[in-house]
Design a protein around this ligand. Structure first.
Ligand code: URA
Length: 211
């Protein structure tokens, strides 16, 4: 159904935590914590291809050659506002990652995503980028965010979501076939209001308690 660029991360820990997010009785504190934990678990998979280099280390017993990260530069870019909920979980694992921000709204007439805020690290073109948005619904915002970030010259872009609709994945695959998608669950469909069914509701409202 999806091509090899789509990584559905159905590890039991992720399935369990996503089920808690889905529950309408889960409160804001727990929701926020679990979004962060899921981001960290997904980050573990999304960084599986990070290059390593040999380093010589003297243990208390002997000297040996071991592997350490080769220092590949990363940036994470949350799509405002719900993507912010995923930032800390990733920075827990990769504290040296830089963080860009992108805000988009949908033009009421053209229905096209319009950038209203964008602040990227100055060396973003040299960095591998992971875009964060918990919900991949229509795919419109994510596709526009990828287009904007490609405009800075970025060559390696990944998209990390928690729940996706098949419609959203199809849009990214069509618009950006080079982008790898990491997602913990693919749901049934979108409803008439572009919410994912069964989904978890409005991720931004549930992270920030603004409902
Ligand atoms: N954004 C959300 O927060 N939830 C959805 O179901 C779709 C888009």
């Amino acid at each position: 159904m999806f091509n090899e660029k789509v990584h559905i991360l159905d590890h039991p820990l992720l399935q369990h935590k996503v089920a808690i997010l889905r529950d309408e009785n889960t409160g804001v504190k727990e929701f926020r914590e679990i979004v962060s934990e899921i981001a960290a678990l997904e980050c573990y998979e999304a960084t599986r291809d990070l290059p390593l280099e040999d380093v010589e280390i003297k243990t208390p017993i002997a000297t040996g050659t071991f592997k350490q990260l080769a220092g590949k530069k990363l940036a994470i870019v949350p799509i405002l506002r719900a993507g912010l909920g995923m930032v800390d979980g990733i920075l827990d694992l990769i504290p040296s990652a830089k963080v860009g921000h992108i805000g988009l709204y949908r033009d009421p007439e053209t229905h096209q995503p319009v950038e209203y805020y964008c602040k990227m690290p100055s060396d973003i073109a040299e960095r591998d980028v992971i875009i964060l948005d918990p919900m991949l619904a229509t795919g419109g915002s994510a596709s526009a965010a990828i287009t904007f970030i490609k405009g800075y010259g970025c060559k390696h872009i990944k998209l990390m979501n928690i729940i996706a609709a098949p419609e959203g994945i199809a849009v990214i695959q069509k618009d950006h076939p080079d982008v790898e998608i990491y997602v913990a669950a693919v749901d049934e469909k979108l409803n008439d209001h572009a919410y994912i069914v069964p989904g978890l509701g409005d991720a931004g409202d549930r992270i920030f308690g603004t409902k």
